[in-house]
Write a protein that binds this ligand. Sequence first.
Ligand code: DGP
Length: 115
Amino acid sequence: MEDCIFCKIIKGEIPSQKVYEDDKILAFRDINPAAPIHILVIPKKHIEKITDLQEEDSSYITHIFLKMKEIAKQEGFAEKGFRVISNCGKESGQEVMHLHFHMLAGKPMGPLLAK
Ligand code: DGP
């Protein structure tokens, strides 16, 4: 089966503006930013979405959240604050079926949901 877009980004087959990378995860700038700063954080393992997570994947999730803390400091928005979103499935509007966490920052975020 063909790799998904984010697996291709991980392999370097599609270029991305990397913010952070290690052996488990990659963080890069969203191609269609919804805020002045919009970073996507993904596991290097292809997991489609939250509802596909298995117990054995827990280290990815812990790692992602701990690294989001570092990315927020590195990118200078830890102090002012930011929002983290992970869309899961059809009604959420998930477009890319590779688990990802949106980090949105750089302006007041306003209400949680668009009406
Ligand atoms: P979601 O709707 O939660 O599945 O968000 C997917 C996000 O991925 C969306 O904000 C746009 C971003 N995206 C899609 N394709 C690419 C790409 O090729 N490069 C980058 N940097 N971002 C992408």
